[in-house]
Design a protein around this ligand. Sequence first.
Ligand code: NAD
Length: 458
Amino acid sequence: MNQHINDIIESQRALFLTNATKSIDFRIEQLRKLRSAIQANEKAMYEAIDKDFKKSEFDTYTTEIAIVYQDIDAAIKHIKEWASIKKVSTNAANLPAKSYIVPEPLGNALVIGAWNYPYQLSFAPAVAAIAAGCTIILKPSELPTNTSSIIKKIVSENFSTEYFAVIEGGVSETSLLLNQKFDKIFFTGSATVGKIVYRAAAEHLTPVTLELGGKCPGIIATDCKIDISAKRLVWAKFLNAGQTCIAPDYLVVHKSIKDVFIKQLIKEIEASSLSFSNGNYVQIINEHHFDRLTKLINKENTIYGGNFNKSERYIEPTIVSAKDFDAEVMKEEIFGPILPILEYESLEELISKLKKLPKPLACYVFTESNDTKTKVLNELSFGGGGVNEAVMHISNIQLPFGGVGASGIGSYHGEAGFKAFTHYKSILEKTTLLELNLKYHPHTDFKFNLIKKIMKWQ
Ligand code: NAD
C-alpha cells in the first residue's frame, strides 16, 4: 500500500509541475466531467447509501448531490473571475508602479472525508480543489463501505490517478497519506482526528482546512414564534438521524415557554413521520455509535421517545432533559437523534456560560427580537448559523462554511472553496524608466522628511 500511495503522489507531483492542471479550460473540462460522472451514477449512488444507512433518494439528492452540483455550477460560471489577476492601488512610496494579486493553485491536495454526508463531504472539497487547479487524492470515510466504493468507481473511471485519485481505507491508509508532503490538506471529521491531521501537516508546513464538529446550541427566546421554530428545529435535528455536524446539538429554552415548547416539539416529531419505511429517517452508522448514543438515554432523563433497536441500528427521535451544562449528555457532541433541553432565565447569564464553552460550528437563535438576535450574534463566536432557522445556511454557497476555534479552521463552498486551495501571490511591478533614489544612501534630512510624508500616503 505504501508503495502504491507513494507512486500516486509522485505522479501527481510530476503532473502539477507540468502546469497542465492550471489552465482554466482544463479545470472547466474536469468540473464538467465530474458533474456528468456523478449524474450518470446517481442511481448507483442512491443504492449504495441506502445499503449503508438507509438514506433516501430525496435526502441524498437535497443534502448531498445537489450541493455538489451547486458548487460545480458556481465554479464553472465564476472560475474566470475567481482565477483572474486582481489589480490593487499602489502606495505612494512605490510609485510609479503597478500592484496586483495573482491567484495560483496550492498544488497537490489531500482531501479526507467524514461519513455522515459521504458524497458531499468527499466531492465538494474535491470540486474546490479542481476549480483552484490542484491535483487531488481523496480519502473518503471507510465507515459507509458502499458509498466509499462508488466514489472510488466514479473517480477511477473518469480521471487518471496522476490527476485525481481515490484511496480507500481507514486509520492505517490515512496515516500513510499523512506521512507524505502535500501542498494542502482538507479534512472533515472530529476534533480528535483533526489534531492528528494538523500535527502531521505541521511537519511539512502544509496549510490546512479543518472542518470539525462540536456542540451546536439552539437558543429559544421567550418571544420566538413557537410553531414554526419547533417545526424547523425538529427537521434540522432529526435530519440524517441527528448525524449532522451543524444539527442543533441541544436547545436552551427560556423557562417561561419551556413546557409549551417541548409540547410543540413532540407534536412536530409525531407529525414528521420519521421512519425507515417511508424513507424519512436513517440508521445510526454502526454499532459503535449506536452503543455510544444509547448510553445517553435513561429513564430519568427521557422526556419523549427513548426506544431503540440494535439489530436495525434504530434510535427513535428522543428528547431528554439536561439540568445544566455539566449533565452527562452535555459532555460530548451527540451526533445522533437525541435532543437535550436545558432552560435559561437571563440571556446575559446564558451567553456568559456559552462563552466559556468551545466555539461551536453553528449556533441558532429563535427570536422575534432584534436586541436578542444582535446580542447573540455580537457576543458569541461560532462558525455560522441562523436566526429563526437551523442547518439551512449550508445550502447557500454564497455563505462560506466552516468553523472557528475548536470547530475548525478555514471555510469552503462557492468562492470560499476556491480560496481554500489557492495561494494569492502579491506582486509589485515597477517601471525601469524612473528611480527616485530616496531609499538609497546617503540618508539626508531632506530625504528623511520627504519619506516621512510619502509613507503616510497609502
Ligand atoms: P473522524 O474524525 O472519526 O473521521 C474522519 C476521517 O478521518 C475519516 O476519513 C477517517 O478514516 C479518518 N480517521 C479516523 N481516525 C483517524 C486517525 N486516527 N488517523 C488518521 N485518520 C483518521 O470523524 P467522523 O466520525 O467521520 O465524522 C464525525 C465528526 O465529523 C463529527 O465531529 C462531526 O461534527 C464532524 N463533521 C464536520 C463537518 C464539517 O463540515 N465541519 C461535516 C461532517 C462531520
